[in-house]
Write a protein that binds this ligand. Structure first.
Ligand code: MG
Length: 375
């Protein structure tokens, strides 16, 4: 850390601590702080998937992302927007949004609340684009402070949970092969919602006895079928269910949750902080994803609110590089379950950061979100 950065950190630390204390210190280096500028650059990047990925609604072999860098005082923070097709964003829409963002007008990178609120108000939706800025700014601020975010938030990184590894919908033979490849994972997530639900589970169970989670991705059309399936899935060692039916079906989900022997989590029906109140009562918990909720800042607030409402929390992801996965992992010590396997599903990860060892998320000690660029 050079001397000017140390001075900056001291200034900011005092600003965090107390404005009263700050006003009593005559030699605060405010001029150095205000002369620096935030500078953002970004580029499109295509993730190549190791396997064709099939869920109830579609199949694909690539995922488009946009990689973001935000620089301040020689320090670079990394961010990422990942755009699976169903979110409605593309590389073009993300880059068009990022071009509208002028970070040079902010003199204080620590003022995340102001910067991210302004960016959120720029346009409706565009949540992945907003998340890419949020992640890069959090990475930058963590590096300026010299601490990883699990320390800044006060979490014990050893409490990071096991992550599920996702088995997409496929033939029995392919599902068995994928399950064999998932050796070492302590919990697996099985995609359901087409016409082979029981075959999917039986194929996985032919290979392993580890606990399972099930995600029909809104694919179940009928609440009576859903309830029957959930009872059957419980007998097969499934521990929770994501988004059984269409996201609009509040009453049907409330009916199902009241009777279900397993927790029912809202994924597609809970995107952002403001959705939690509207789905409360119809689900036992929520699935948080950075690309849905605009990033780490709002995800942190969602965890706090969901906990206060006694709701379960799962932290999920898209197919993403180690950049966005590492960012999410810094919140994982506070959730019940994690599905942060996105970087394991791709062939061309340009970062290293949070890894998975014996099925458990292992956070690096690096400052910010703890990632290094490797290509
Ligand atoms: Mg899901």
């Amino acid at each position: 850390m050079n001397s000017s950065r140390r001075g900056f950190f001291k200034t900011s630390a005092f600003a965090f601590a107390s404005s009263t204390i700050l006003s009593a210190i005559p030699l605060v280096n405010v001029n150095t702080q205000t002369s620096k500028k935030l500078k953002m650059t970004f580029r499109p990047y295509t993730l190549d998937l190791k396997h064709v990925f099939t869920v109830a609604t579609l199949s694909r072999t690539t995922t488009p992302v946009v990689l973001v860098e935000i620089e301040y005082d020689g320090i670079v923070g990394f961010g990422e927007a990942s755009m699976p097709p169903y979110l409605g964003e593309s590389q073009e829409s993300v880059m068009a949004f990022l071009k509208r963002v002028d970070l040079t007008k902010y003199d204080n990178p620590f003022d995340l609340e102001t910067i991210l609120r302004d960016i959120d108000l720029l346009a409706f939706h565009n949540t992945a684009a907003k998340a890419s800025i949020d992640i890069a700014l959090h990475d930058l601020v963590g590096k300026l402070i010299g601490q990883p975010w699990f320390n800044i938030w006060g979490y014990d990184k050893k409490k990071a949970p096991n992550t599920t590894f996702t088995i997409g919908i496929d033939t029995a033979a392919v599902v068995k092969e994928k399950t064999k490849e998932a050796v070492g994972f302590k919990i697996l997530k099985v995609k359901l919602g087409k016409d082979n639900d029981k075959e999917m589970i039986e194929s996985v169970r032919a290979i392993t006895d580890v606990p399972l989670t099930a995600d029909p991705n809104q694919g179940w059309k009928d609440k009576f079928y859903a309830l029957d399936m959930i009872h059957w899935l419980k007998e097969k060692g499934v521990v929770y269910i994501e988004q059984p039916m269409a996201k609009e079906k509040y009453e049907d989900h409330a009916w199902l949750t009241e009777r279900s022997p397993l927790p029912i989590l809202a994924d597609e029906s809970c995107q952002r902080l403001s959705d939690i109140h509207s789905i409360q009562g119809a689900y036992n918990g929520i699935v948080i994803k950075l690309m849905k909720c605009t990033g780490m800042r709002e995800a942190h607030k969602m965890i706090t609110l969901a906990r206060s409402l006694n709701m379960k929390i799962m932290f999920g992801c898209m197919t993403e590089t180690s950049c966005a996965i590492s960012a999410a992992s810094h919140l994982s010590p506070m959730v019940d379950w994690a599905d942060l396997d996105g970087m394991l599903l791709i062939k061309n990860d340009p970062f290293i950061g949070t890894t998975v060892k014996d099925g458990k998320l292992v956070l690096s000690e690096g400052a910010g979100i703890g990632v290094k660029k490797i290509s």
